[in-house]
Each structure stands twice: as structure tokens, then as C-alpha cells.
Design a binder for this molecule. Sequence first.
Ligand code: SAH
Length: 346
Amino acid sequence: MKKDLLSLLPEEREAEIVALGAPKYRSAQVGRWLSRGVRSFDEMSDLPKNLRDKLKDSFRIYKPKVLSKQVSALDGTIKYLWELSDGNAVETVVMSYQYGNTVCISSQVGCRQGCAFCASTIGGLVRCLEPSEMLDEVMFSEIDSGKKLSHIVLMGIGEPLDNFDNVVRFLRLVNDPTGMNIGMRHITLSTCGLTERFDELAALDLQLTLTVSLHAPDDETRSKIMPANHGRGVDEVVSACKRYYQKTGRRISFEYAMIDGVNDTAEHARLLVRRARECGAHVNLIPLNHVEERRFRPSTQGHMKAFMKILDEGGVNYTVRRTLGSDVDASCGQLRRKMEKQSAKK
Ligand code: SAH
């Protein structure tokens, strides 16, 4: 089996290329081609032919294809659907903010967490993405859009902590100064709360931002909408957040999608205040995106207002997430899902 060249860290790539009998500097040359988006050994024109042949025999590289690209007429948000080497597809979204351009990437093909309001999990998990595939989501979104990407959020399809080793390797690759050089402080990892991984992540001391999809402050509500709550529970989630904050000094955020009649009462707001204060979390309120296959609706303006008032009074810091790209199905999983449904019809 050929090795995945782009998933290797610079020092590993160097060791592999030296083992092929080439001098060290050849690895830096290869690295420069890779970071320019070249994905064919024949195009690496400053390498001798015999080295290119050896590389071809030992490694695989692949260029993801654009299956679809939609640009929002409302706010310029771009949504890509990429075809991977095995024919699977994942989504990537590029959003522009005042502080720069953010790319939202997928970490798995599908998802097995089963959140009741989310489109990504409907067909279950197909497979995890390789580090190279996540890196290419960032790199080819930048190359194709012509927008310099300064921030990354792992909030696309998939659960990043369910693909822990590949995600950590991707983070190191995208952070590499000879590669895309995106700072860890500009990277946000979002998890449905696989708390058994929090200490491991904290121990790596990566300086990234961890956000936890809480969506409900009590077990009764949370277990109804998030199967990942079973066997963990809100108490455990909050104490894992607290430990993470204490160990890394990095404040956690709670994602909270406001769902009509499910998690948006005054009682939920009061409990959320308590939970956020317990671990010093910031709260991101998200108006629920309607997903065709799901019965849930976004909370009414009135309920959102009343909810925010309670957070204000409780002294909790919160922001309301702006909805971007609503005309291009830019909420996770919806585009891939649409393509699957179309191909099922064929
Ligand atoms: N698996 C990770 C990251 C992917 S989802 C996680 O659960 O955090 C990114 C965010 O979008 C999560 O907070 C998720 O709960 C939220 N989300 C999923 N479906 C949504 C919907 N229909 N409307 C609003 N937010 C949604």
C-alpha cells in the first residue's frame, strides 16, 4: 500500500525521501510543490526523473475535485462539495468576516453521533477523513476562492474527536510554518462532547479554541436530542470543560442551537446560566437551521429575546451567531445529503 504523502509531517517526509536515497533538500522541494497545490509528481519539475519515479512507486497524492460550488447572493459565502479519491464527498464552507476569511471544514464522511436536529448524521458514519483530506479542504478552498484563509473551524460534517489522531495530525500540518502556517489560536474545534478525549486534547496544549455543542443544560432534554449525552451526561461535560479550561487557560464556548419548544424555556435559560458559570464558558446562541428531514423548528424571536434576557441577568457572556449562506444550504451536511438523495433517485 502506497503511503499518503500529504499526511506526513515535514520531518517524516524528509526521513522517507532520504530513505529513497535522495538528499534532504529534495523533501523541502517536494513540500513547496505540495503547498502550492501541486498533486502530481510529474509537475514537480525541479526533481530528477528517477526520483519522481521512485516517489510515484512509494506514495499516493490526490487532488480533490469540485463537485459543486455555490456562492451566496446574500453575503458571498461559498459552499464547496469536494469529491475525494474514493468517490465520497464532503462539504467545506468559506465565510467572510471583518477580521478575515474563515473556512469551515468536515472531519468525517457522515457522522455517527446521531444528533436529532443535524443533517450530517442521517446516513451514519461512512469513514474518517485522512489528515491530507482535511488539509486539502483548506488549501483548495483558498486556491479556488482566491481568498486568503486566516481562520479554521472544525464545524462541518463529522465529529472531530471521533477522528482524534487524524485531526491532531491535520492541526499540526496546517499549523506548519513551511505549509499553510495558520495559527492554532485561529482554529476552533467543535465537539458534541466526547469528554473522554478532553484531557488528552488538553495535554497536547495546542492553544486552539474548544467549543462544545451543549444545546441543553439538563440530561432530560440533552439526551432526547443528543445520543452522545448517554453515558456521559451534562455534569460530566461541564466538569470536563472546567478541567480543560484549568489545564490550558483557554476558555470554552458552548454552542446552543435554539429549538422551538425543546430547549428554549426560561427554565432552560436559568440552568444554562448555572452551567456556563460553573466552567466559565462563553455561549454561542445559534438560531436552528431548518433541516428538511427533521421535525424541529427554530425558536421564535420572542422566546430568543426572553432567553437572552435571562443570560444577561445571569452575567453570562454570549453572542448570537449570524446566519451566513442560508441561500446555499450552508448549514452542515445539507449539500452532501442533497447529492445523495439525487443519486439515489437516478
Ligand atoms: N460534531 C461536532 C462538529 C460538527 S457540527 C459538534 O457536534 O460540535 C457544528 C455545529 O453545528 C454543532 O454545534 C452542531 O450541533 C450544530 N448544528 C448541527 N445541526 C444544526 C442545525 N440544524 N442548526 C443549527 N446548528 C446545527
